[in-house]
Design a protein around this ligand. Structure first.
Ligand code: 8X3
Length: 247
């Protein structure tokens, strides 16, 4: 893994959506990109296209994270993108397994990968951790509590690292996207394509590349510049529960 002449950027959840688009952007920016995800076929194709390295990664699995990190000899950038939502239900009706999955992926998964890679990032002399949370990290919306609480927690752990590593050569950027058309809603609604499409109906959502462009911007600033957080939403979106839709 890795390339002697290019710095390494690691992207989790890179088989599709924001992760895939970020891998492409960072490869264009001159990084050797190490991409991790569960879906190996898609990952291998992407790695070949961008001249990167595909590695299996399930952030919810301790052994998988250990094997992933053991295969990476050096890293300058980590993009914590793996995560997602399952279900949209009130607390009274919520499914505990959905909650467990959301906390395992977004919170504990991000914590595991970040902990394991931080020594390499710091050793690079200019490490950078980008964590993709969500506007759900700063809003609490009806029927979203499993996800909003996980994203609030993920955001808190990310911001805590910013303080704990003050003085170390490592930067911390949180990116908080609103509505982005990816597989996000398909996963949230358990494969219900019609319901997922309804989320983006009547407006122009962000694309995965819009968010990847922003991540690439943060990562390509000079070493003394820390972009702490960026909230990015479609023009037509005010907040998680309020958007302007055309008929
Ligand atoms: C996705 C945005 O508004 O569905 O992270 O929580 S939202």
């Amino acid at each position: 893994t890795g390339s002697p002449d290019r710095p390494v950027a690691v992207v989790t959840g890179a088989s599709a959506g924001i992760g895939e688009a970020t891998a492409r952007r960072l490869a264009d920016a001159g990084f050797h990109v190490v991409i991790g995800a569960r879906r190996q076929d898609r990952l291998a194709r992407l790695a070949q296209e961008i001249g990167g390295t595909a590695l299996p990664l399930d952030v919810t699995d301790r052994d998988s994270v250990d094997a992933f990190v053991a295969a990476i000899p050096s890293a300058r950038v980590l993009v914590n993108n793996a995560g997602g939502a399952r279900g949209l239900a009130s607390i009274v009706d919520a499914d505990e397994d959905d909650w467990r999955w959301m906390w395992e992926t977004n919170v504990l998964g991000t914590m595991r990968v970040t902990k394991a890679l931080l020594p390499l990032l710091i050793a690079s002399g200019d490490g950078h951790v980008v964590t993709v949370t969500s506007i759900a990290a700063i809003e609490a919306y009806d029927k979203g509590s499993g996800y909003t609480s996980a994203k609030h927690a993920e955001s808190a752990l990310h911001r805590t690292l910013r303080g704990e590593h003050l003085g170390d050569p490592v930067r911390f950027t949180e990116v908080l996207p609103g509505m982005v058309e990816t597989e996000f809603s398909l996963v949230r609604f358990d494969g219900d394509a019609e319901r997922a499409a309804g989320v983006y109906a009547g407006l122009t959502p962000l694309t995965a590349d819009d968010v990847a462009d922003t991540i690439s911007f943060a990562v390509t600033r000079p070493a003394h510049v820390n972009i702490d957080s960026i909230v990015i939403k479609p023009r037509a979106q005010h907040s998680a529960m309020r958007a302007h839709r055309q008929e």
